[in-house]
Ligand binder design. Structure first.
Ligand code: ZN
Length: 172
């Protein structure tokens, strides 16, 4: 990511242990830390709510509502904000923590390592007409019954893992 030290311009800056840049000439250190991200398995009467990704990475693949947690924001607040932004729908705060898995998110030439926190939310009354999608970010939505879900259609390793853990044994 850095070819030269941002502090002293030394070309000897090195990336260590998958997470930090260190300059041996001036002592500059920069931690490329793991980022926190959220996702939510929203179960409605018609099935699990999925987004179709409109952008790379994994354009066209299925994704769960959620995203990166912002500075000074908690995971629940971040997930609620993402649902409002992506879906035009306020899910409230009744999320239940379900599982966490790591992910690798390549974006514009930089690889981000994330710690994905997954929640569940039961929303039996939720209908497509309740949602107003952010069409810049989202290509569409669909409700998929667990028995019809194919994990190969799902973006990201962490999301496939959480769905495999969520689905009844032997499915997906
Ligand atoms: Zn330096």
């Amino acid at each position: 990511m850095f070819h030269f030290c941002p502090s002293c311009a030394s070309p000897r800056i090195r990336f260590e242990a998958h997470r930090l840049f260190r300059c041996p000439d001036c002592g500059f250190v920069y931690y490329h830390n793991v980022a926190a991200a959220t996702g939510c398995i929203i179960t409605a009467a018609q099935g699990i709510l999925f987004l179709v990704r409109a952008k790379e990475p994994a354009k066209g693949k299925l994704d769960l509502p959620g995203g990166f947690v912002e500075p000074d924001e908690g995971a629940i607040a971040g997930l609620r904000r993402e649902c409002r932004e992506e879906l035009g729908w306020d899910p409230g705060t009744g999320f239940s923590f379900f599982a966490s898995f790591p992910n690798t998110y390549p974006y514009k030439g930089i690889t981000y390592k994330t710690c994905d926190l997954f929640f569940t939310l039961h929303a039996p009354g939720l209908r497509r007409e309740d949602l107003r999608l952010d069409t810049e970010e989202i290509g569409g939505i669909c409700f998929i019954r667990p028995s019809d879900l194919r994990l190969e259609d799902v973006a990201f390793d962490s999301t496939r893992r959480v769905l495999a853990a969520f689905l009844p044994e032997g499915q997906g």
